[in-house]
Design a protein around this ligand. Structure first.
Ligand code: ADP
Ligand code: ASP
Ligand code: MG
Length: 471
């Protein structure tokens, strides 16, 4: 069997859902299971609903819910005949009634608990999966809806719960194989799950990719396909560099590194279950289904450049903390990381030199409140409004002159580097620049590394340099 996941823009309206149906129809022989995101923009709207309801702005919350209802109904009436549409409308209204009751509770208590906030966000995938199932049946793709909230089991952490693999596997195995046996395409909402005690949870924003990988691993899928709005993983975000090119093959390690450092095309946790079960993942364009896309596998063929891609992560702050002379470095670092752990802050990159540690964290000016606590450990400098740029490529491992090449490009563009880190696996180089310089830095690096392949970046030059280094 294979798992096919369609993101928000791939199910944004009737035209998009029709395209999905024809893509799935072309794969029936491979026994697909389909995972769908909420219709494009719906999860953001649900965030607004939760916020408005918690401010007791009941009419504004309800009018956003009306918009969501109308969006689904319009798509349904564009694809279904009258009686099919009426059946869908009943399902729709059951879900809308549940959401409305939650809105009323939030408005009355003037707050949303993390669990209630998660629950509000799940309605997008609940509705889209019902809509897509109805559309598949109307478009002659035999299908059956399966409620992911009853099948994906997680812990109780909000807003991003972690899956419990054995429990999830047992539930999926009891429901999915019989549907596949009947030649039905199971359709599930991504992103949504629940805990063992039945509390509704989500896998974190962008988590439908993760759902696809969890399901693929649990059911031993032959392949996981992530269908999105670009033709695979590109050499960088095409919104920053329209010249970004498709990467044919990329390794699990490279793709994970890219996702962790901001390449939105994949949720950072997606590849974990796929790696553990060695399941290849393909990233494909639902708007252009015949294009080849990108294949992610354990070992990828060499690309035309030693670098595979550039990612950028905004909304970053850096703390530089200098230990007093009398404190040993081990104790200093131990205290520093205990403090971060206490605040549930995960360092994006860390650079330690002598008595100074620099830590880049996701978050901006609100992190300034950490300064006073860090001052108990030493002298502190706080730098908000930063971005991390990450260059990834297995072929940069052991290559001489990487740093000078990259930093030469940035120096030429007058861009100041605030912090540098090379991952211990040596497949990535990350550095921090001011957020205002991030787009220009990526564009300059992309031009140098991917748009002029003749300049010292080809794989052959890498091998040549390695040989020289070894000689
Ligand atoms: P979906 O709704 O299908 O999950 P996302 O919006 O989450 O889609 O991810 C796709 C988007 O990721 C693309 O439209 C693109 O702007 C962005 N993106 C960022 N970095 C990359 C990259 N290296 N390659 C491809 N897309 C990228
Ligand atoms: N709908 C969710 C979000 O917008 C999950 C996803 O699309 O992957 O974050
Ligand atoms: Mg996504």
């Amino acid at each position: 069997m294979i798992v096919m996941k369609f993101g928000g823009s791939s199910v944004q309206d009737a035209t998009a859902i029709r395209r999905v149906a024809s893509i799935v129809a072309s794969r029936l022989a491979e026994r697909p299971l389909v995972v769908v995101s909420a219709m494009g923009g719906v999860t953001d709207k649900l965030v607004q609903v939760a916020e408005a309801a918690s401010r007791s702005e009941l009419s504004s919350a309800l009018s956003i819910m009306d918009f969501i209802r109308a969006k689904h109904l319009k798509a349904a009436s564009d694809m279904l005949d009258r009686s099919q549409s009426a059946v869908f409308e009943q399902d729709l209204d059951t879900v809308i009634a549940e959401a409305t009751s939650l809105i009323t509770q939030l408005a009355a208590s003037r707050a949303a608990t993390p669990a209630q906030h998660s629950q509000m966000l799940t309605y997008g995938e609940v509705l889209s999966s019902l809509l897509v199932t109805a559309a598949f049946s109307a478009l002659n793709v035999p299908s059956a809806h399966a409620d992911a909230r009853a099948l994906i089991v997680t812990d109780c952490r909000h807003p991003a719960a972690s899956p419990l693999a054995p429990e999830t596997r047992n539930k999926l195995l009891s429901v999915v194989p019989p549907l596949l046996e009947q030649k039905l395409v199971p359709v599930l909402g991504g992103f949504i799950a629940s805990s063992e005690s039945g509390e509704i949870t989500t896998l974190g924003r962008g988590g439908s990719d993760y759902s696809a990988a969890i399901i693929g691993a649990a059911l031993g899928a032959e392949r996981i396909e992530i269908w999105t709005d670009v033709s695979g993983i590109l050499t960088t975000d095409p919104r920053i560099c329209p010249q970004a090119r498709r990467i044919e093959e990329i390794s699990f390690h490279e793709a994970t590194e890219l996702a962790c450092f901001g390449a939105k095309v994949l949720h950072p946790a997606t590849l974990l279950p796929a790696v553990e079960h060695d399941i290849p993942v393909a990233v494909l364009n639902s708007h252009r289904p015949t294009e080849a896309g990108t294949i992610i596998r354990a070992y990828a063929a060499h690309g035309p450049s030693a670098f595979r891609a550039i990612a950028v992560k905004r909304n970053i702050s850096v703390f530089n903390v200098r230990a007093p002379r009398h404190v040993g470095s081990l104790r200093f670092l131990d205290d520093l990381f205990s403090l971060l752990r206490w605040h549930h802050l995960q360092s994006e990159i860390v650079a330690i030199s002598g008595a100074t540690a620099s830590v880049a964290l996701e978050g901006n000016r609100e992190l300034v409140t950490l300064t006073s606590e860090l001052e108990a450990l030493g002298e502190v400098e706080f730098q908000p409004d930063m971005a991390i740029i990450c260059l990834v490529g297995e072929d940069i491992r052991g290559r001489i002159g990487i740093a000078s090449e990259v930093f030469g490009v940035l120096a030429g563009a007058g861009i100041n580097i605030r912090m540098i880190a090379q991952g211990s696996s040596e497949i990535s180089v990350s550095f921090v620049v001011e957020e205002k310089d991030a787009v220009r830095a990526v564009q300059q690096l992309h031009r140098h590394l991917f748009e002029q392949p003749a300049i010292a970046t080809s794989h052959s030059s890498t091998s040549a340099q390695r040989e020289t280094a070894q000689a």
